[in-house]
Design a protein around this ligand. Structure first.
Ligand SMILES: [Zn+2]
Length: 262
């Protein structure tokens, strides 16, 4: 580790550390996001499983009722047939009247049961079709869940590797820090929005808050003799070396409220 105790050297170290912290933040957020995506997909599959079970139960209930109707129909038909046999033995008008009302009641009962049977079978057909659709969707969602899991596992492995590498690199960079500076950085990281402590000075503008700084401040920063803070957002202003301006800590940042520098 090269020892550079100039202000510029210090700020360049802080900036490196901050870049790593932002990257760690992004990686952790991406891992969380992956977990949430998997959770959503798992919930979808389990919702379809519940719906499939409920529909199967409905079909089973209808089927049980259908068997019941079947038995009731057989009974009714038997009673009607027996009645017909009894008919010729009836002489008394009162018995004939009672017989006729009973037969009418039985025939109505038979009609009612046959209607219910048709409706029952139609409902079963409909539910079975719906069940097949739910099952097909469940299979599809299950497959895409497995795919998503594998994809996220691969991505997370790469993220974990990057995190481990960043951890090692951070330890190395932090060795170049004085304890005081490290403490100040840690404190500022907690108090500044989004943990951004150092902002690059880019064409007279603060990278973090995008405010144009007065020429006097710019001159002060360019002197590189002391740490100059942005008067608008209080961040340490860092003047990058020529040629290192390409990499932007804010680029594509998930950090809310920090817009990418154009
Ligand atoms: Zn600022």
């Amino acid at each position: 580790m090269s020892e550079d105790h100039s202000v510029q050297g210090t700020l360049s170290l802080v900036y490196r550390l901050q870049t790593m912290d932002v990257e760690v933040f992004r990686l952790v957020a991406d891992i969380q996001d992956a977990a949430e995506q998997i959770q959503t997909a798992v919930a979808k599959v389990s919702d379809l499983e519940t719906r499939a079970e409920e529909t199967m139960q409905e079909v089973a209930n209808l089927e049980a009722r259908r068997r019941q109707i079947d038995l009731e129909l057989q009974d009714t038909e038997r009673l009607l047939a027996e009645g017909k046999k009894r008919q010729k033995d009836l002489k008394h008008p009162r018995d004939i009247q009672a017989y006729l009302s009973e037969m009418e009641f039985r025939r109505d009962e038979k009609d009612r049961l046959e209607d219910e049977m048709i409706k029952n079978l139609e409902s079963q057909d409909l539910l079975k079709k719906r069940l097949a659709e739910i099952e097909a969707e469940r299979v599809r969602e299950r497959e895409s869940l497995e795919l998503l899991k594998r994809e996220k596992e691969t991505e997370n492995r790469a993220r974990e590797e990057k995190l481990a590498a960043l951890d090692r690199e951070k330890v190395e960079v932090e060795q170049g820090f004085s304890q005081d500076l490290l403490k100040t950085y840690t404190r500022l990281k907690g108090s500044h929005r989004n943990g951004i402590v150092v902002a690059r000075l880019m064409e007279g503008t603060c990278e973090a808050c995008r405010m144009t700084l007065p020429p006097r401040t710019v001159t002060e920063v360019k002197k590189r003799q002391r740490i100059v803070t942005c008067q608008f957002c209080q961040r340490w202003l860092y003047l990058p070396e020529r040629g290192t301006e390409g990499e932007n800590v804010f680029q594509g940042s998930r950090v809310k409220g920090v817009s990418p520098t154009p």
